[in-house]
Write a protein that binds this ligand. Structure first.
Ligand code: GTP
Ligand code: MG
Length: 305
């Protein structure tokens, strides 16, 4: 299946709700309070979330008044553009500045961090970069093993600590090794943690501080890996990880399953951090740079720009 086909299948439920928006446009109804309510309900059922839905709708209302719109098709045409605008943020490309460029990967349990690192390593190796993977997930022995396999497959070098070691000490060792071996990119894998567990979030902050001290600045990227099948909890994840670690980007995984389309828009809106990649499967090649335009083509049957 093509990637667009995969994404369309994955967004099935959101597409159904959004088909309602398109029907609303085609109906060319006179703009009444009921039309706005209908739009609001459709966006909520497509997982745009309360805050983002009301922001989108009130923005549309303002323009409708200014431009003296009379029918619902005008609302819907503008809505497509708004979604694209919401999703388009500066610095959407992977930042690889610094020698080495350090990428810190964070997220809750099972969101797809380690797999994403494997895919990223494969991609960067393909671009001729010297890549080092650092297993700062010392929580489970199996976690380091999993990363070691990805390192071997992709031709990246690999640093791990002892099981139960302080993750920050592994980060420190990893950065020393990266310097000695002149790595271009260091990718740090971390243990999954709930965004609400303060002590575990503190541990992440400590890893970040070690990186800052060792390279004399922030990591090039702090990427939150989010499971795309998660509903509104994804917004809380994005907010709390952002507060703790100053995210520079988001990777949304599992967009080959049943994903919640609108949540992506809500996340970008709430934390103002760009989505940099999407994951569409479990193999090394299933990572794609995120494109707002393609996302919208997958989400809407008849997007007009
Ligand atoms: N279908 C699908 N599965 C994925 C994708 N990314 C990761 N997975 C699967 O999700 C599961 C968890 O992936 P991991 O990479 O181990 O997740 P993690 O965030 O490192 O998990 P912890 O280290 O336990 O916190 C694995 O079975 C992966 O194969 C994806 O894009 N699509
Ligand atoms: Mg992992």
């Amino acid at each position: 299946m093509s990637w667009l086909g995969k994404l369309r299948a994955s967004f099935g439920m959101a597409r159904e709700a959004l088909a309602g928006v398109e029907a609303l446009g085609r109906a060319r109804k006179p703009i009444t309070p009921e039309v706005w309510e209908e739009l609001e309900e459709l966006l909520l059922s497509a997982d745009f979330g309360v805050a983002t839905t009301s922001k989108i709708v009130s923005g549309l209302k303002t323009v409708a008044k200014q431009e003296l719109w009379s029918t619902s098709d005008q609302i819907v045409a503008r809505f497509h553009k708004d979604v694209e605008r919401f999703l388009t943020l500066p610095n959407a490309e992977l930042d690889l500045s610094g020698k080495p460029a350090v990428l810190l990967i964070v997220g809750i349990n099972g969101s797809g961090k380690t797999t994403t690192i494997g895919k990223l390593a494969t991609r960067l190796r393909g671009q001729g970069k010297q890549v080092m993977l650092v297993a700062a997930d010392t929580f489970r022995a199996a976690a380091a093993e999993q990363l070691a396999i990805w390192a071997e497959r992709s031709g990246a070098s690999f640093v791990r600590g002892k099981e139960g070691a302080d993750p920050s000490s592994v980060v420190f060792d990893g950065l020393q090794a990266a310097r000695a071996r002149e790595a271009d990119v260091v990718i740090v894998d971390t243990a999954g943690r709930l965004q609400t567990k303060t002590n575990l979030m503190e541990e992440l902050k400590k890893m970040r501080r070690v990186i800052e001290r060792e390279i004399g600045g922030a990591p090039a990227e702090t990427l939150l890996v989010l499971d795309g099948t998660t509903g509104q909890n994804a917004i809380s994840q994005a907010k709390l990880f952002h507060e703790a670690t100053a995210l520079t980007g988001v990777v949304v995984t599992k967009l080959d399953s049943t994903a919640k389309g609108g949540v992506l828009v809500a996340i970008v809106d709430e934390v103002e951090v760009p989505i940099k990649f999407v994951g569409l499967g479990e193999t090394a090649d299933d990572l794609r740079p995120f494109s707002p335009r393609e996302f919208i083509e997958a989400l809407f049957e008849e997007a007009t720009f």
